[in-house]
Design a binder for this molecule. Structure first.
Ligand SMILES: N[C@@H](CCC(=O)N[C@@H](CS)C(=O)NCC(=O)O)C(=O)O
Length: 268
């Protein structure tokens, strides 16, 4: 059996799958790409993943892409240690949540990641010509790369929109925790629903934006602490996979951008 994961160390979408592989204790090969090398835009990679993004799972030579599709695939293929409910109603609730994550917080986390997390650094060093060339090569992300200035990042309006999407996410999480009785989003069992959102909220914390939920969404705060301390989370978030570790000069980490959050909360 061969199982390879093409991924970036810091990528929130890759982390969803790394969390699940660690939880299920599956042996896999780390095909780690470096985002600034742009190998994910090369012809050989686009043959496996026409979207030109990570992650891609290669299982016995078959490429599986879209992180949520990978989570479901691994549940179907590797039955040991299940992280999806068997009850059809609960399963429908889980799927609705996975769709919510893909539509709202997963794309929204890119704005603060690029703006505060050092991801702009590689573009600052790149010529405008090269930047334009790579933008054209991106099968799905051209519009996103058009929406920011490669030297100064995003507008305050875009950043605040991302924050309000996270608030919407926290409201939904508080609802799920209450509805199914916790401690996890789907009730007593940890599922791929928790793994799907953990990397995005961990990222917001790493960017120092945790005042968005501290003191305001207690359920989310406790859920995050509990999820981060799972042994599998420690494996997936290995040293060097967080932006605060990749860009120590930015002094990221809890509370680092609390003044931005304060401004946002006052503006509401
Ligand atoms: N919906 C996709 C999104 C994948 C995605 O956007 N991946 C990012 C890293 S988290 C990426 O590869 N970015 C490359 C780029 O922007 O060129 C999934 O969940 O797999």
């Amino acid at each position: 059996m061969s199982l390879e994961l093409y991924n970036f160390s810091q990528s929130t979408c890759s982390l969803k799958v790394r969390l699940q592989l660690a939880e299920k204790e599956i042996t896999w090969t780390d095909k780690r790409l470096i985002s600034s090398d742009n190998e994910h835009l090369s012809d050989w990679y686009l043959k496996m993943n026409p979207n030109g993004v990570v992650p891609t799972l290669l299982h016995n030579g078959k490429p599986i892409y879209e992180s949520t599709a990978i989570l479901e695939y691994l549940e179907d293929e590797f039955r040991q240690k299940k992280f999806r409910p068997t009850d059809p109603f609960l399963c429908s609730q889980l799927r609705a949540w996975l769709i919510f994550v893909d539509v709202w917080p997963a794309p929204a986390v890119r704005t603060p990641s690029f703006h505060f997390g050092g991801l702009l650094e590689k573009f600052k060093k790149m010529s405008q010509e090269k930047f334009e060339e790579l933008k054209e090569k991106r099968p799905l992300k051209k519009e996103f790369y058009n929406s920011f200035d490669k030297n100064s990042g995003f507008s305050e309006k875009d950043i605040f929109t991302s924050f309000s999407i996270f608030e919407r996410t926290f409201i939904r999480m508080e609802y799920l925790l209450k509805e199914f009785g916790g401690p996890w989003l789907m009730g007593k069992d940890y599922t791929i629903g928790d793994m799907a959102i953990l990397p995005s909220i961990d990222r917001m914390e790493d960017l120092g934006l945790d005042d968005l939920w501290n003191k305001r969404f207690e359920g989310v705060k406790h859920w995050l602490e509990k999820a981060q301390t799972r042994p599998a989370s420690k494996i997936a978030f290995y040293r060097g996979s967080r932006l605060s570790e990749q860009f120590p000069e930015l002094n990221l980490g809890r509370g680092a951008n609390s003044s931005v959050v304060e401004k946002y909360l006052k503006s509401k």
